[in-house]
Ligand binder design. Sequence first.
Ligand code: TRP
Length: 326
Amino acid sequence: MKDETILSGMQPTGALHIGNLEGALKNWVNLQNDYNMYCCIVDWHALTESYKDTSVLKERIYQVAVDFLAAGLDPEKCAIFIQSNVKEHAELHLIFSMLTTVPTLTRLPTYADKKEDLGLDSYGFLGYPVLQAADICVYNADKVPVGKDQEKHIWLAADLAKRFNGLYGETLREPQVLLTKIPLIPGTDGRKMSKSLDNHIMILDTEEATAKKLKRMFTDPDKLRKDDPGHPEVCPVFALHNVYSDNPNETIAPPCRTGELGCVDCKAKLIINLNNSLGPIREKRVVIENNKDYIWDVLNSGATRARERAASVMESVRSAMKMEYF
Ligand code: TRP
């Protein structure tokens, strides 16, 4: 039944925010029922930025795993594991690194953007998408659920698989993008939600902390007084209503525009709806968060399952390359 394989990856950024939840995680939770699924916490990728302080990685991985499970990823249905626990990723990365050119990698927009922003110019950073291609192809994944920003990386993975097959014979599947419709989740300052901007609402936030953040959230800058007419289309609070409230175009937008609904009341509704929506996930999180043995166990057995498949793909890779010497 489940004959197609999906590989998804996420960086170990620590406890996740609702942008991660709505943009990726909920989608994965749905996909695990229909696909043979591998969910990888990519700690080697995280090294591109945080190689200097690696002491934070373990706790960040742990918190990501807790949020994965709280959100409903089921270790019976999908293998949840840490990238560096499956060495085959590194082996295929090395082989793939021969099959791409430096200009191909420097042309990728993610390279140029981050190089500027973070002042990164390491060999490992340049190879980031090659490692990502290895993450995917080492499972012979058919599909990779990502947003538009990652599309080119999946195309590179498909190119590398094709290149490999052309040189050594049909061995690897060419993965396809499973484009995720990512809802707009602005941060509390109206910019993209992100930990580094400190404008995020976390899965683990209490209802009170969530309310406090939402009360301070930016709104339509032209709606200064309660009865000023508002413009929901530019209001980040309305963007969240679109995700968490039923029919906001009927219940929120019209009274906002006429000035009947002020920002304080509008936010009060959002606070209730958002907290209600996150309630079950938060409850589950509280239950499992301190169960360290269980969490590490899930990651350990996930790696065992992932390794089985990756090892068999790498055997066919070595065999195709005539590099099984004895
Ligand atoms: N580059 C991805 C991101 O920044 C993370 C990632 C690493 C990934 N390996 C992957 C995503 C493999 C999908 C498949 O979000």
